[in-house]
Design a protein around this ligand. Structure first.
Ligand code: NAG
Ligand code: NAG
Length: 519
């Protein structure tokens, strides 16, 4: 990465000058966007160009290739070639690189956060929080790397076995557009800590920061080929899943794409980790502090414009507090600031694409037709700033009088839409919370400790938050129950998904016992 000198400044387009004012290095946006063997390279067999737009303004941000099989093959070959050297390092050495990378992410936090805002349209304060979290993940796995180890079993007669924990080889990652830098960090950090090398395909909507992730690792001394990035849409991801040189795919995204990925991996018997969508419940009991319940509901629904797979979009509220809860929630939603995501005050940024914004609005229309009552929001907003006129801004939406069989309650909308459902008893709330094919996350708001744990134990979800929502410390596993996927990211649990076990048995007797052998 270099910052442009004065002479090159003169030949920059107006757009680039604007970007420079925001403190960004322009190389991040100039491409090329495939990153193989430690450098940005032009695609060799792209089937077509993909124009990436800025959600905040609707303008074109950059153009990426739809990388073909040869591009994917180049990236996988680079990762295979780097594997011998990388996997032979000690965990402590590998971990040191991850810790240096964490430090670089912190140093460049402001610049990276701004790139992330350009790509995703999320408010800049949130991007800062995301990026700082990514630094924590890198640091966490940097520390964990030297603890990755196996087991020893003492067996009769002095014999023994050791169970070696070995890397898989080349791991492929396929990411989502809601948390681009986070998705690559969550996958690459444990994969690399365990000694694997890595090929990542970001979402075609948010291609920019993954390449910078690769550059940062190169900058801190990770050998070329250990981390590679390949751009494209579904066909590129499919080529990665089907490449015989890839040992495992870790995917974050929708259920239908997760199913396709699992099928594409079946022929090659590849391992998969799937972090898929959800329709997570939050149970708000009458004894809870109303303000805290409203805060948790907002964290559970309106981060990144509701485009969070783990958000608790089905809010079950115990009937006696229903009215007060709704009033407080609506007041809080109306205070949210919709607008330029680069503005520190903004709390609601832009939706990722126009198509997606329309899909969210369609869900809201459908909900009203099915009898839901709109308490606030749910409209496309045109910010007063004309430069944002082409952006896709939706006001946070609260729907009440919802029933379990409404489309807005059953399907993942992936937008800022909360559905409120009233309940009368704990048993009923648990049963209704569980009556979904998904099982990613859940929230329980109550001051009753016993109830909080009784309910948590019965909820079918990979993570339950008591008296909070959408909290992701690097130490604790995250992943789905039911159709929300399997495998775990984060914590020591992720190590299982990035390693394989090899048992080595050792015979200590010089004469082995073989009853069927005759002298
Ligand atoms: C995430 O956010 C939106 C609304 O806030 C919702 O429609 C979508 O289903 C949520 N995802 C999950 C997993 O609950
Ligand atoms: C926005 O917040 C950042 C980070 O806290 C700060 O450095 C910057 O000065 C703020 N910008 C304005 C215009 O207040």
């Amino acid at each position: 990465m270099f910052r442009l000198g004065f002479s090159s400044f003169l030949i920059l387009s107006r757009q680039h000058i604007k970007i420079m004012k925001q403190g960004l290095t322009t190389t991040a946006l100039q491409g090329p966007f495939n990153y193989i063997n430690g450098e940005r390279v032009t695609s060799v067999d792209s089937t077509h160009d993909i124009k990436v737009s800025k959600p905040a303004t609707g303008e074109v941000l950059c153009t990426i290739p739809n990388s073909g099989q040869q591009d994917v093959d180049k990236a996988v070959q680079a990762a295979r070639a780097a594997f011998a050297q990388w996997s032979a390092l000690g965990g402590l050495e590998r971990g040191r690189f991850l810790i240096s990378a964490a430090q670089k992410v912190r140093e460049r936090l402001e610049e990276l956060a701004k790139l992330e805002v350009l790509d995703t349209g999320k408010p800049v304060w949130e991007a800062r929080v995301d990026l700082s979290g990514c630094a924590d993940y890198l640091e966490y796995y940097g520390g964990v790397a030297s603890t990755v180890g196996g087991l020893h079993y003492q067996l009769p007669g002095g014999n023994f076995a050791v169970v070696r924990r070995e890397p898989l080889g080349v791991v492929g990652g396929i990411g989502a557009w809601n948390y681009p830098f986070q998705t690559i960090s969550w996958k690459a950090a444990p994969a690399l800590a365990c000694g694997n090398t890595f090929v990542y395909k970001p979402s075609q909507f948010t291609p920019v920061t993954s390449v910078v992730f690769g550059e940062i690792l190169t900058e801190v001394g990770v050998p070329p080929g250990v981390v590679n990035v390949i751009q494209g849409a579904g066909s590129t991801g499919e080529a990665l899943c089907q490449h015989p040189g890839v040992a495992k795919i870790s995917f974050t995204g929708s259920v239908p794409t997760g199913q396709k990925i699992m099928k594409a991996c079946a022929d090659g018997m590849k391992r998969v980790t799937l972090e898929l969508g959800g329709k997570s419940p939050m149970l708000v009991f009458a004894d809870t502090d109303l303000t805290e319940a409203v805060k948790a509901t907002m964290l559970g629904n309106f981060l990144t414009q509701g485009q969070v797979c783990s958000n608790c979009t089905r809010v079950f509220v115990e009937r006696p507090i229903l009215k007060d809860f709704q009033e407080k929630l609506v007041t809080a939603c109306e205070k949210m600031v919709i607008g330029d995501p680069f503005d520190n005050e903004t709390t609601v940024g832009a939706t990722i694409t126009l198509e997606h914004a329309e899909k969210v609005l369609h869900y809201i229309d459908e909900a009203k037709k099915q009898g839901a009552r709109l308490l606030c929001g749910g409209k496309r907003i045109n910010p007063s700033d004309t430069k944002l006129a082409g952006g896709y801004y939706l006001s946070p939406c609260v729907l009440t009088d919802c029933h379990d069989d409404m489309t807005c309650v059953k399907e993942e909308i992936f937008g800022s839409v909360v559905t409120i459902l009233a309940f009368d008893t704990e048993e009923e709330a648990i049963a209704r919370a569980n009556s979904t094919p998904f099982g990613l996350a859940a929230g329980v708001m109550t001051k009753d400790l016993q109830r909080a744990h009784r309910v948590s134990a019965q909820l079918q979800a990979g993570i339950v938050w008591i008296n909070n929502c959408n909290v992701f410390p690097p130490e604790v596993p995250f992943g789905g129950y039911k159709m929300s996927g399997f495998g775990r990211e984060n914590g020591l649990a992720a190590l299982n998904d990035y390693t394989q076990l090899k048992t080595v048995y050792t015979e200590m007797s010089s004469k082995i016992d073989c009853p069927i052998y005759k002298e």
